[in-house]
Design a binder for this molecule. Structure first.
Ligand SMILES: Cc1cc2nc3c(=O)[nH]c(=O)nc-3n(C[C@H](O)[C@H](O)[C@H](O)COP(=O)(O)OP(=O)(O)OC[C@H]3O[C@@H](n4cnc5c(N)ncnc54)[C@H](O)[C@@H]3O)c2cc1C
Ligand code: FES
Length: 338
């Protein structure tokens, strides 16, 4: 079993047989290896290989440039140690897993259409479902080489239920299997939970959740947790959802149910970004970060902000919050769906 030494911190960990990559082996050992997407897209898990040999799991991963490769840099989420290694990598306590990830077998309980391209998938495990609202898990989908990240939409629970809102991607390897081939009772492997964009219930601030497309999944989990927590009573949660077309809008029913909860008071806002939406649409138009600024501009620096969705939507929203609105970086928690 290869031993990995992080030269700049002196930390060491072992990659066990079950570990499929250096990142997840390090996190499982309790270390705070820098990461975000776990999927090869963001580049946060870059390390410099000083000594030893690794297998590259996805050579074309967009998180690594040709220049990085020349400089002997690799992605820890897309590399597996073949020998003992000496590496240089950023680590920090905020990356340590708040709930230790584990692998478990799940079976599909139910798939329910939410829109014409988003469905809710509910899976069952034998143990309690333990995660923090806003986190994601990796699903090993049968017949697909590498796992895909999906964010939980439900709350942690003793019944062992893990729910996800998943958007079908045209010709996508994993979503084609999930939507077209997976039947009730079929099993797959879940590895998780991961991610740092989870609800901070101890923050005294009001909350903003901002979702684009399938980014609604972790935002629903956060809203459900905030609305059901009596410790969050008296606080506001403004939930912003951006879709391209009116047919993309979803989540209103689930959020309306939360109005009876003992915790934060949830208000739903939505906007349509397609400039050709036509006169049949009388609601808000434009990108979702524009609506956030129209509704809450000047008040956002006092909010805890949670964001999820496609990278361009998250980047535009981050810019609006950090640069235009002066929100402090440590109040902005996000997941980009690469
Ligand atoms: C943190 C996070 C949370 C997410 N949460 C959700 C969610 O709640 N709901 C949702 O609908 N989507 C979510 N996604 C997106 C999801 O993980 C998939 O990218 C999406 O479902 C498309 O997968 P696909 O296999 O169908 O498409 P494909 O186009 O086949 O694959 C898309 C993604 O898979 C990965 N990938 C592709 N090829 C390889 C390879 N050879 N090796 C390794 N990785 C590869 C890349 O990340 C790529 O962007 C999330 C993504 C991230 C990073
Ligand atoms: S965590 Fe490895 S590329 Fe994003």
């Amino acid at each position: 079993m290869p031993l990995i030494e992080i030269e700049n911190t002196g930390e060491r960990f072992q990659q066990n047989d079950i570990d499929d990559c250096i990142l997840r082996a390090g996190l499982a050992s309790g270390l705070g290896l820098s990461y975000e997407c776990n999927s090869g897209g963001c580049g946060s898990c870059k390390f410099e290989l000083l000594e030893g040999e690794v297998e590259t799991l996805w050579a074309d991963a967009p998180g690594l440039s040709a220049r990085d490769i020349k400089k002997n840099r690799r992605l820890a989420c897309q590399s597996r140690a073949l020998t003992d290694l000496r590496i240089k990598m950023h680590t920090a306590p905020e990356f340590c897993l708040p709930v230790l990830a584990k692998r478990q077998s799940l079976s599909l309980l139910e798939r329910r259409a939410v829109t014409d391209d988003i469905a809710e998938f509910r899976f069952q495990v034998d143990n309690e479902a333990v995660f923090l609202p806003g986190q994601y898990a990796l699903l090993h989908v049968p017949g697909v080489d590498s796992p895909r990240a999906y964010s939980m939409s439900n709350l942690p629970n003793q019944n062992g239920e893990w729910a996800f809102w998943i958007r079908r991607v045209a010709n996508g390897a994993a979503t084609t299997v999930l939507f077209d081939q997976l039947r009730r009772g079929d099993r797959l492997i879940l590895d998780g939970p991961y991610g740092m964009a989870y609800l901070r219930p101890d923050s005294p601030r009001d909350v903003v959740c901002i979702a684009g497309g399938s980014g609604i999944s972790p935002m629903l989990s956060i809203a459900r947790a905030a609305a059901s927590d009596p410790a969050m009573a008296g606080r506001r949660l403004d939930f912003f959802f951006g879709g391209r077309r009116p047919a993309d809008l979803c989540g209103q029913l689930e959020l309306a149910e939360l109005s009876r909860g003992p915790g934060a008071l949830v208000t739903y806002h939505c906007s349509i970004s397609d400039p050709d939406v036509g006169s049949g649409w009388s609601g808000e138009r434009g990108f979702i970060h524009e609506l956030v600024q129209r509704q809450l501009g000047g008040q956002l620096s006092n909010r805890e902000c949670y964001l999820a969705g496609p990278p361009p939507m998250v980047q535009a929203t981050q810019r609006a919050l950090l640069l235009d609105e002066g929100v402090s970086q440590d109040q902005v928690h996000f997941d980009r769906f690469f």
